[in-house]
Design a protein around this ligand. Structure first.
Ligand SMILES: Nc1ncnc2c1ncn2[C@@H]1O[C@H](COP(=O)(O)OP(=O)(O)OP(=O)(O)O)[C@@H](O)[C@H]1O
Ligand SMILES: [Mg+2]
Length: 256
């Protein structure tokens, strides 16, 4: 399955969702590849403090012939990812087409490929969605985000893609409810991910939320998302501070 993660509005949590979902699916035993299709402003690698200038999508594009396996980077959470460098500038149709041709042979090695998309519904988003089987829509509980997400939903449908549902991210009390969001988006809400201070803490530490605080409210909601997408039960992490966690910390300390 090739899943594009798109939103319309920027900064709503596409990369956050893509990377944590990739980590959860890896934990479930899947082979997962994340492709950063924010070609001109990549963020996947920067999430853990790396800015590669070799083994990148633009290097492959420049060289013409390139073994796509040389593009693979391995994240500590177990999934693989592919990234552009910071040198890419606006791309024309030919370049966008060529990039996805370079990447395509890689997909057969994975159970799930996640295309972490750019904002808007421009040419780069068109190619991202076109090169996926299904589009996952990410929205925040405010009208500008929801209406741009609806536009993206229609766009993906026009391109003949499945749209299994949406993630309502950065939810908090007093904002638009999940049921109203679902009505606006004309989609089921697969997970309601609360605004959670642990997300920024994890980012500052260069870690993924599901690794840093797997029992935080936002991480638990991402486990719900993985369940909704795979139809499989994920072993949920216990609430932090519970006896199990204390015992496991003592065990780690004794073994260290
Ligand atoms: N549930 C959440 N709670 C708190 N902060 C969050 C949450 N989700 C995402 N964020 C923060 O919001 C910011 C934007 O998230 P992210 O980069 O994933 O958005 P994006 O949609 O990928 O943005 P872009 O359109 O620029 O690619 C990041 O700083 C991220 O840590
Ligand atoms: Mg992003």
């Amino acid at each position: 399955m090739i899943l594009s993660v798109v939103s319309g509005k920027g900064g709503v949590g596409k990369t956050f969702t893509s990377l944590n979902l990739a980590a959860i699916l890896s934990e479930m035993g899947q082979r997962v590849l994340v492709v950063d299709t924010n070609f001109t402003s990549p963020t996947v690698a920067t999430h853990f403090g790396v800015t590669p200038d070799t083994h990148t999508i633009d290097e492959a594009l420049q060289k013409g012939t390139y073994n796509p396996m040389d593009l693979i980077w391995i994240h500590p959470a177990g999934f693989h990812f592919v990234t552009p460098s910071f040198n890419m500038v606006a791309l024309d149709d030919q370049a966008l087409h060529t990039i996805f041709e370079i990447l395509r042979p890689l997909y057969a090695n994975y159970d799930t490929v996640i295309l972490d998309g750019p904002a808007g519904v421009g040419r780069d988003v068109y190619y991202t969605i076109m090169n996926s089987d299904a589009a996952l829509i990410i929205a925040n509980p405010n009208y500008p985000s929801l209406f741009n997400a609806l536009k993206t939903h229609y766009f993906a449908k026009q391109l003949g893609k499945m749209v299994p549902g949406a993630v309502l991210n950065m939810y908090k009390k007093g904002t638009i409810s999940p049921s109203e969001a679902s009505q606006i988006l004309e989609l089921p809400i697969l997970a309601v991910v609360p605004e959670d201070p642990a997300v920024k803490e994890a980012l500052q530490k260069g870690q993924l939320l599901v690794q840093y605080k797997p029992s935080s409210p936002a991480a638990r909601a991402l486990y719900d998302l993985a369940e909704a997408l795979t139809g499989r039960k994920v072993q949920k992490r216990k609430k932090s501070g519970g006896l199990g966690e204390i015992l496991s910390k003592i065990k780690d300390w004794l073994l260290s």
